[in-house]
Design a protein around this ligand. Structure first.
Ligand code: SF4
Length: 301
C-alpha cells in the first residue's frame, strides 16, 4: 500500500478534533434540537475530514448530518467545507423513481388519457403507405409505359393499377402509417393464450374446445389459425379473443355432448365381518401362516 493511500485513509488529526466546529455548522443548518450524537469521522482525502452526527428528525430515521471540514497545508486553522444531510446505512429511503412508461399497467388508461408510442416501439413497424414506386419492369411503371410507346406495342396487364392496389390495401386495413410487427403479434398472442388458453381451469373442465363452438367468430390474418372472438354473452370470454383450444360450459353443443364417464364411488361394507383366527383350529392340525411367526415370537407352543 502506498504512503499516499495510507495518508488518505487516516483522518487528519486537527480536522478530526474539530468536532465542535462541525456540530456548530450542523446545528446552524438543521432545525433546533435535531442534531444528535457524533457518530463517526471519515477521511475524504488529505486534510479533508467529514464528521457525521445523528439526525433526530422523526421523518429522517437513519439519516445523518455530514459536515466536511478541511485545512490548508501547514495551516493549523480548520475551516468549514460543507454541511449536508445524507442517508446512513439504515436510512429510510423513498423507492427508486421509475419512469411513467414503466409504471403503467394494463387497465390504467382512462377516458381522455393519451398514451403516445415511441418511434422505435418494437411492437410496431411501418405499414403500406401506397407511395412506393412500382419496380421498373412492372407493367404499371412509367418506364414500361414509355417503352411500350416507343415499340408501339401493347400488352395486357393482369396486374391491377396502382389506384386499385391502394384501395384494396386500404380496405384490408394495411394502409396505415404503422402496423403490428411480428414481435407485437407474438406478445399479444402470449397474453391472450394466458388469459383464455388451453391451460386455464375453465378450458380444462370444458366439454369441448372453442374450435367446434358456434359462438366463435373467426379472426383474419395469421392469428386466425390459433384465435377467434367469443360471442356468447353467457361465457366469461364474451367479447374476448380466445384460443381455439380454449372452451367453456357455454359451448353451443354442450347440451348434446355426452358427459364424461365418472368412476363409481367406492363401496364400503360396514355390516359384514371377516373371520380372523388367532389360534390354529384343534382338529385341522395346520397353523395359519399369519399367526405362525407371531406364536413363535411370543414363545407359545
Ligand atoms: S362460448 Fe365458450 S366454447 Fe364457445 S366460443 Fe365462447 S368461450 Fe369458446
Amino acid at each position: 500500500m502506498s504512503a499516499a493511500t495510507t495518508r488518505s485513509r487516516t483522518p487528519d488529526r486537527l480536522c478530526a478534533e474539530a468536532v465542535d466546529l462541525a456540530r456548530e455548522a450542523a446545528e446552524e443548518a438543521a432545525a433546533p434540537g435535531v442534531v444528535g450524537e457524533h457518530v463517526e469521522v471519515v477521511a475524504e482525502g488529505d486534510r479533508v475530514v467529514t464528521h457525521f452526527f445523528e439526525c433526530k428528525e422523526p421523518g429522517y430515521r437513519g439519516w445523518r448530518w455530514a459536515v466536511t471540514v478541511t485545512r490548508a497545508s501547514r495551516a493549523k486553522l480548520v475551516t468549514l467545507d460543507e454541511t449536508v444531510l445524507l442517508p446512513g446505512p439504515d436510512a429510510l429511503l423513498a423507492p427508486e423513481w421509475v419512469p411513467w412508461s414503466e409504471r403503467l399497467r394494463p387497465g390504467d388508461l382512462g377516458p381522455g388519457d393519451l398514451l403516445p408510442t415511441e418511434a422505435d416501439d418494437l411492437r410496431l413497424e411501418p405499414g403500406y403507405s401506397g407511395e412506393d414506386a412500382p419496380p421498373p419492369n412492372s407493367a404499371v411503371s412509367e418506364e414500361m409505359a414509355e417503352h411500350l410507346d416507343v415499340e408501339d406495342a401493347e400488352i395486357t396487364s393482369r396486374t391491377p393499377s396502382r389506384g386499385a392496389i391502394a384501395s384494396v390495401a386500404e380496405e384490408l386495413g394495411m394502409r396505415r402509417a404503422r402496423v403490428l410487427s411480428r414481435y407485437g403479434l407474438h406478445v399479444a398472442a402470449d397474453r391472450w393464450e394466458e388469459a383464455f388458453g388451453a391451460k386455464t381451469p375453465m378450458a380444462q373442465a370444458a366439454p369441448a374446445t372453442c374450435a367446434s363452438c358456434a359462438f366463435l367468430m373467426p379472426l383474419s390474418g395469421s392469428l386466425k389459425q390459433a384465435f377467434g372472438v367469443c360471442a356468447n354473452e353467457f361465457s366469461p370470454a364474451d367479447g374476448h379473443v380466445v384460443s381455439l383450444a380454449y372452451g367453456c360450459g357455454g359451448h353451443s353443443e354442450a347440451a348434446v355432448m355426452p358427459k364424461p364417464p365418472r368412476p363409481a364411488a367406492p363401496v364400503l361394507d360396514s355390516m359384514g365381518a371377516d373371520e380372523f383366527r388367532l389360534r390354529p383350529a384343534r382338529d385341522s392340525g395346520s397353523v395359519p401362516p399369519e399367526t405362525d411367526g407371531a406364536s413363535e415370537d411370543l414363545g407359545h407352543s
